[in-house]
Design a protein around this ligand. Structure first.
Ligand SMILES: [Ca+2]
Ligand SMILES: [Ca+2]
Ligand SMILES: [Ca+2]
Length: 316
């Protein structure tokens, strides 16, 4: 908008209804000196509408109107859950379809606890409560959480299914951080815990998304625990890990024969991460380019479950 005096007002109508109320235009200082004014929290249903701009006073210029979809997602009950901690799967965020969850069938098939499209039933696991049921592939739910410390976390998922071949993915702030296999637990209310290790979270607020990669399994809750490192568990002489040569010059070779998934990282003497490979197979062989690095001390770190192996490498 542009105006050369204050007190100018307009509003916007959709299908004849004033949805914004009066929007004040400031004195921008010239007919071609432009400023942006905002009307917020305007609820619109989907579909074709006639938008009308109504100028309530004279003498203002309008260049364009930009409508932005804002995020209505908020934590369930207004409570941001702290991690480490436990999150009930049925306590997904408020905000509805496409924002807080993606749900394929209308209505809550279980008809308990909440009144939107997500399907919830009473749970007979220890502690009772409710669980997500009638899950379809591609459905997801989001949870606003707060990591109280920057740390490596283990995520445990409480799941049940009589069916085989189901998986669930964990996304943090839109980034897929791992997929966990859901075992055949033998029944819809026979519960088991499955885990994803070494999920690094920075301190602060995050959006956790559980993405369902198959239909027909139940989720009761998930919890996140800080992994307390146990150092010195690996014995280089036992050949679980070989790192050579040391000192290194052109290439650093890392050979690992650890069961399960690991995270490999290399830090310089300032603690800056110069390489990171998360959730790779513990059975690997890498040739790391050291040629371009400045001479000095570097630290190789391999995290496997609760075990952390570190090795000091000199770069010549
Ligand atoms: Ca549904
Ligand atoms: Ca469903
Ligand atoms: Ca639950």
């Amino acid at each position: 908008m542009a105006a050369i005096a204050s007190g100018k007002i307009f509003h916007i109508e959709f299908d004849g209804v004033n949805v914004t109320g009066p929007i004040a235009v400031p004195n921008t200082g010239g007919w071609q000196t432009w400023a942006t004014v905002k009307a917020q929290n305007i609820q619109l249903s989907a579909g074709n509408k006639i938008m009308r701009v109504v100028f309530e006073t004279n003498e203002m210029n309008l260049n364009f109107i930009n409508a932005i979809k804002t995020n209505n997602q908020t934590p369930y009950n207004g409570v941001i859950i702290n991690l480490p901690g436990k999150v009930e799967a049925e306590n997904y965020d408020l905000g509805g379809q496409g924002e807080a969850f993606n749900e394929t069938t209308p209505g809550n098939t279980g008809a308990v606890y909440r009144n939107d499209a997500v399907d919830i039933e009473a749970c007979t696991d220890a502690g009772g409560g409710f669980n997500l049921g009638w899950i379809d592939a591609g459905e997801w739910l989001e949870y606003t959480v707060n990591a109280t410390a920057t740390s490596n976390y283990r995520f445990n998922f409480r799941v049940a299914t009589p069916m085989a071949g189901k998986t669930l993915s964990l996304l943090v702030d839109g980034v897929n951080r791992g997929t966990v296999n859901i075992p055949v637990t033998g029944g819809w209310q026979n519960w088991a815990t499955v885990s994803l290790n070494n999920i690094t979270l920075n301190q602060g607020q995050h959006i956790i998304r559980l993405l369902m990669n198959g239909n027909e399994f139940n989720v009761n809750y998930f919890d996140a625990a800080v992994i307390t490192p146990k150092t010195g568990m690996f014995d280089q002489s036992a050949a679980a890990i070989r790192i050579y040569p040391n000192p290194a010059n052109e290439l650093l070779f890392i050979e690992s024969a650890i069961e399960g998934m690991v995270t490999l990282a290399i830090f310089d003497s300032f603690g800056q991460e110069i390489l990171k490979k998360e959730n790779i197979s513990g059975n690997f062989s890498e040739a790391i380019e050291f040629k371009s690095l400045l001479p000095g001390i570097y630290m190789v770190r391999i995290v496997a479950g609760e075990e952390i192996f570190t090795e000091r490498i000199v770069k010549q």
